[in-house]
Design a protein. Structure first.
Length: 142
C-alpha cells in the first residue's frame, strides 16, 4: 500500500472515531503548551488539511508558544494542494482567504490535482480566484 493511501485510510479512521478526534485535539493542546518548531506546526496543519480536520486550526486564537503560528503557505503551498487533491472544498475555501496562500503555486498544481481527481467543486472554487491562471495547460499529475 502506498504512503498516500495509507495516510488517507488513517485519516478516514480518525474522522470516523470520536475518540481519535479527541486525541488529536489533546495532542494539539499539548503542542500549545510546549516549545515546538515552526516546521512541526506546519506539518500538523498540513495533516489537518489532508484529513479534513481544519476546524482545529480555524480558531484564530489557536496559538502556539513563542509566537509560532501555522503558515498555510509553507512547503510550496502544500496545504492547499493536499486539500484540493482530496476534494476538501471548505478547507480550500478557508485557505483562499489567507493572502499568503498561492493557489497557483507549482504551475497550478492544486487545480491540476483537483481536476485529475474529479473534484469539480474545488476546481470551480480555484478558477474563481484571481490568483489562479485559468489558461494553464494541464500537466501530468498522478
Amino acid at each position: 500500500m502506498c504512503g498516500i493511501s495509507l495516510t488517507k485510510n488513517i485519516c478516514e479512521d480518525i474522522l470516523k472515531d470520536s475518540e481519535h478526534r479527541k486525541r488529536f485535539v489533546h495532542f494539539l493542546n499539548f503542542l500549545k503548551q510546549h516549545d515546538i518548531s515552526q516546521k512541526a506546526v506546519n506539518y500538523a496543519f498540513q495533516f489537518a488539511c489532508l484529513c479534513d480536520l481544519l476546524q482545529f486550526f480555524q480558531d484564530r486564537d489557536f496559538r502556539f508558544k513563542k509566537g509560532v503560528q501555522t503558515d498555510p503557505s509553507a512547503d510550496g503551498n502544500y496545504a492547499i494542494r493536499l486539500a484540493a487533491r482530496n476534494g476538501h472544498t471548505e478547507i480550500v475555501k478557508y485557505l483562499l482567504t489567507d493572502p499568503r496562500v498561492d493557489p497557483s503555486a507549482n504551475g497550478n498544481y492544486a487545480i491540476q490535482w483537483a481536476s485529475s481527481k474529479g473534484h469539480a467543486d474545488v476546481v470551480k472554487l480555484l478558477l474563481a480566484d484571481s490568483r489562479v491562471d485559468s489558461t494553464f495547460t494541464m500537466g501530468l499529475v498522478g
